[in-house]
Design a protein around this ligand. Structure first.
Ligand SMILES: O=C(O)c1ccccc1NCC(=O)[C@H](O)[C@H](O)COP(=O)(O)O
Length: 237
């Protein structure tokens, strides 16, 4: 199993914690903190995996990925518009463990080529989907993270996000064979995060709400509490 998937599946709080300079509207998300400071905060709460948005729409750069990969041992996901094999090789050189492949943005023939390129380079394909047809078309699904994007990347994710999409598509993800179904984007806080994990997601990709929370410890304590409550209710005779 890939290091990225193993780390996420083994975590008590399976959150891929994201570093993103600004949102789709250009609003700042780092709040005066450096990339190193945000990473240190994520490491302090034992993030199993870290995501770095290098896509220019979100103010990202390759240097952010290089810096994060140099500073941490945790598996790092590169979130960018990856459409070519040379970008996959570049991600590996920069120290990524996983790369984003966005099904809705790739020509049909490119997905198998890029998934193979990732696996040959020792990277985990993090395939983002929004519908069943895209899920069914993912090759080597058992070696991929398959993530449902709750937002619309074609409008730079300016929408609020539809968590219902993740809930509806989870059975199709499981049938498709991934060992690591993930819900991504628009996860507004601990209540929604708990609901998705309780539904059966193996992991969540969260950026904005972690970057905007005033207190990461409080956010995660609330998540722990909600998950414990859900477990207690399930165990009630
Ligand atoms: O989804 C894409 O295709 C994409 C490509 C390049 C950069 C970013 C891309 N998506 C945006 C994100 O990855 C979100 O930042 C991430 O899912 C977290 O979302 P949120 O918690 O709503 O900040």
């Amino acid at each position: 199993m890939s290091r990225f998937i193993e780390s996420l599946r083994a975590a008590r709080r399976p959150l891929v914690m994201e570093i993103k300079r600004h949102d789709g509207d250009g609003a700042d998300l780092l709040g005066g903190r450096s990339v190193a400071e945000v990473l240190a905060a994520y490491e302090a709460v034992d993030a199993p995996c870290v995501s770095v948005v290098t896509g220019r729409w979100f103010g990202g750069t390759e240097d952010m990925l290089r810096e994060v990969a140099e500073r941490t041992d945790r598996p790092v996901l590169q979130k960018d518009f990856i459409t070519r094999r040379d970008q996959v090789a570049r991600a590996a050189d920069l120290g990524a463990s996983a790369v984003l492949l966005t099904a809705g943005l790739l020509p049909r023939t490119s997905m198998p080529v890029l998934v193979e390129a990732c696996l040959s380079a020792g990277l985990t394909p993090f395939v983002e989907v929004t519908g069943e047809a895209e899920i069914d078309a993912v090759p080597h699904a058992d070696e991929c993270v398959i993530a449902v994007n709750n937002k619309d990347i074609r409008t730079r994710e300016r929408d609020a996000g539809d968590i219902g999409r993740s809930l509806r598509l989870l059975p199709a993800l499981v049938r498709g064979g991934t060992r690591c179904p993930v819900s991504a984007s628009g996860i507004g806080g601990p209540a929604v995060a708990a609901r998705l994990l309780d539904a059966g997601y193996a992991g969540l990709l969260v950026g904005t709400s972690l970057l905007r929370t005033g207190n990461l410890d409080d956010y995660l304590s609330e998540l722990d509490g909600r998950l414990a409550d859900a477990t207690a209710v399930e165990g009630t005779p």
